[in-house]
Design a protein around this ligand. Structure first.
Ligand SMILES: [Fe+2]
Length: 293
């Protein structure tokens, strides 16, 4: 088991101070995730700005960029409309999707779209939210006395969703049907309400202030914690009138090419298999090629 050295811890803390995410109450957040499956955090001004800039700039992206900067096989770039659906109902999500995976950042630089201001704000937002995610997870693991660091950034991805008016269907209850993400944790920040969560099975609206973001749990964390941590179902309501909605969602996934043991019973876990199956169940291509495939 690898313990973080004092120097590594200092470096992490210095980095979080530098990007302004050290004022978050990580202890409170991690306890709320363990007990209730969700928590609301305050994010620094520069991340709020990145969020609103992506919303403002998305309509300026050309159709050519959307067609060319598209790598759906690796869940990266612009994704085809209708590819993703709720695994419980097979209803497609009524939104356009752009995915950013930090692990492909050097590949992206080969493409002119990497100079677009939308892309730059996506990169900056991912840098901040990935640091927050690491600290939230480190705090959770500390509460289970797990000293092993959990690497997530290279497997995780940020997704911009554009629920444009024209995609709305009148007969649908939700723009995105009820589901849980099947990851460790998920962060969501949206331009307007519509997101609902289901703590204890009861539908509850999520209302966030400008400086807030919600984080909730997925079933990978439930599996890792031997079911001590609940996973959170959620959905996006179909508004009564045609209004646009955009959101930034950060899906946190562990590095999948290593073995894990669960927090309490110390069971061996094949998270690669589970994460791939979960991802595929929504219509996506599996994250990794497994030995059996
Ligand atoms: Fe989701």
């Amino acid at each position: 088991m690898k313990l973080l050295t004092a120097a590594q811890l200092d470096a992490t803390l210095a980095h979080t101070r530098q990007i302004g995410v050290s004022n978050i109450d990580y202890d409170k957040c991690s306890q709320e995730l363990i007990d209730h499956g969700y928590s609301i955090l305050t994010i620094p001004v520069h991340l709020q700005k990145d969020f609103w800039k992506t919303v403002e700039l998305y309509p300026t992206i050309s159709g050519t960029s959307k067609r060319e900067f598209a790598y759906p096989d690796r869940t990266d770039g612009f994704m085809p409309f209708g590819m993703e659906y709720a695994n419980s109902t097979n209803n497609v999500d009524l939104c356009e999707r752009f995915c950013y995976r930090d692990k492909y950042r050097s590949d992206h630089r080969q493409h002119a779209f990497a100079d677009h201001q939308f892309y730059r704000h996506i990169v900056d937002f991912e840098s901040g939210i990935s640091a927050i995610a690491e600290l939230v997870l480190a705090n959770i693991m500390q509460k289970f006395s797990i000293a092993e660091p959990l690497e997530t950034r290279s497997s995780s991805y940020l997704q911009f969703c554009a629920y444009n008016k024209e995609y709305r269907k009148q007969d649908r209850e939700y723009l995105q049907d009820r589901h849980e993400d099947g990851h460790l944790i998920t962060f969501v920040k949206a331009t307007r309400d519509g997101l609902v969560i289901f703590p204890n099975g009861e539908q509850q609206r999520v209302i966030l202030a400008d400086d807030e973001i919600i984080v909730f749990t997925g079933s990978l964390l439930t599996e890792m914690s031997d079911k001590r941590i609940p996973y959170m179902d959620h959905a996006v309501l179909n508004p009564a009138v045609q209004v646009e909605r955009s959101s930034l969602v950060y899906f946190v996934i562990p590095e999948l090419k290593r073995k894990y043991t669960s927090f309490i019973e110390r069971r061996h876990l094949d998270l690669e298999k589970i994460a791939n199956e979960n991802h595929e169940s929504f219509g996506n291509i599996p994250f990794t090629v497994t030995a059996e495939a």
